[in-house]
Design a protein around this ligand. Structure first.
Ligand SMILES: Cc1ncc(COP(=O)(O)O)c(C=O)c1O
Length: 401
């Protein structure tokens, strides 16, 4: 079902038949049904939401709200949670930092993240901490790329106001034990935000079962459009949060002296939102719902494992991130070759990989490396893609010898 068969549903591969696309952690390609849904919306349904009372406007508003319920089901959230549309993971995290954390932090308080966080799950907390004289603390990452849970427990304190961790590391591929980590934080009464940017596409989401306080993801990493994302949060928290962007469609009553705000989630969706993006996201989730998430996760994992074991056979290759529980993300270094040179070489062979620090500069500094070359897999990739990668890396080694 996956691999070549599913690839047929992605028009990009018809336009680029030789493309070996291994940059799925950056963004995934879009199936025809998602592209069609967006085109259909603009051609036949386009109207603004929540405002017009004519037919097109009310139909679009209904569709927009239906996707919200679909997202909640997709994430395994129940009525204790609300879905806020944002422009992506970055915007979702910034929203929590500004609207949830800022007012709760006092001088000397602590916010806990891990050493493997993407800058999107680091800088917003760092900025808020700086404003409040609070301290950003980190959970150490081991040599294999795993979080040290004993150190995590030790660093959690009665000053910790929030834990923010990634479900899956975009740089190392490690799958973090978020359920256990949430339990540990909750024992101390600390809420947890999970950055699901790398996990939502392929893994079964259980936001309620995990008792997650906030969960974030981006549409473009799960076969949907760019510019749309989600903050799924416990209503208990969202209801206490003030909006941090103001304007149309988020108010209850306005006069020249003051404003009262709409209920959640609308309070956090100021202005005209990315309506076509929401429609595209709904279609992407529909696409994903055809598959068993466990099978998807396993397929992607196995491709990563195969790539890792084949690359590791070469003495000149060092794998960065060897945690036993990994997704299909394989970061590596080639002796004598800078990651950018490796990626350029692979690019000239139509193999699209990412090189650099992967927006995890502090992690790269800790590892003492400038960056890595990263191959990241999705359901349309195949073992043949891995074989092509391996063959090209052999050529890189020969070239840079
Ligand atoms: C783990 C992780 N968190 C956050 C982000 C930011 O996502 P976006 O740029 O879609 O907001 C990324 C993007 O690569 C990511 O991999």
């Amino acid at each position: 079902m996956f691999g070549e068969e599913i690839k047929k549903q992605f028009p990009i591969f018809q336009h680029h038949p030789d493309l070996v696309y291994l940059d799925n952690a950056a963004t995934t390609h879009k199936p025809k049904m998602v592209i069609d849904a967006i085109q259909h919306f603009y051609e036949r349904e386009n109207a603004n939401i929540h405002r017009g009372i004519y037919d097109l406007a009310s139909q679009t508003s209904i569709k927009y709200e239906k996707v919200r319920a679909q997202v909640a089901r997709f994430l395994g959230a129940n009525e204790e949670y609300a879905i806020v549309y944002t422009s992506g993971t970055t915007a979702s995290i910034n929203l929590v930092a500004s609207s949830f954390l800022l007012s709760r932090l006092e001088m000397g308080d602590e916010v806990l993240i891990s050493e493997m966080e993407h800058h999107a799950n680091l800088i917003p907390w760092q900025m808020v901490c700086k404003r409040k004289g609070a301290i950003l603390k980190t959970i150490p990452v081991s040599k294999t790329g795993e979080l040290d849970l004993a150190a995590y427990q030790a660093v959690l304190s009665d000053r910790t106001k929030l834990v923010a961790i990634t479900h899956i590391s975009n740089a190392l591929g490690t799958i973090n034990p978020i359920e256990e980590m949430i339990k540990i934080a909750h024992r101390q009464g600390v809420p947890v935000l999970v950055d699901g940017a790398q996990s939502a596409a392929h893994y079964p989401m259980q936001v309620k079962a995990w008792d997650c306080d906030f969960f974030t993801f981006s549409g473009h990493k799960l076969f949907g459009p760019t510019g749309i994302g989600v903050l799924c949060g416990k209503k208990e928290w969202l209801e206490q949060m003030q909006p941090y962007q103001f304007g149309g469609d988020m108010i209850k009553k306005v006069n020249f002296e003051s404003t009262t705000f709409a209920k959640i989630p609308q309070r956090f969706e100021a202005g005209t939102t990315n309506i076509a993006g929401v429609i595209g996201l709904g279609s992407a989730i529909e696409f994903l719902e055809q598959f068993d998430k466990k099978e998807m996760a396993n397929y992607v994992k196995q491709l990563g494992k195969y790539a890792q074991s084949e690359l590791a056979k070469m003495d000149e290759v060092e794998i960065i991130g060897t945690a036993p529980n990994k997704t299909g993300i394989c970061s590596f270094l080639v002796k004598n070759a800078h990651p950018h040179d490796v990626a350029t070489f692979l690019g000239s062979a139509q193999i699209a990989v990412r090189a650099g620090h992967h927006c995890t500069q502090p992690l790269m500094d800790l590892l003492g490396i400038p960056g890595t070359t990263r191959a990241s897999f999705s359901i349309y990739n195949t073992k043949t893609d891995v074989n092509q990668l391996v063959r090209a890396v052999k050529e890189v080694i020969f070239f840079f010898k």
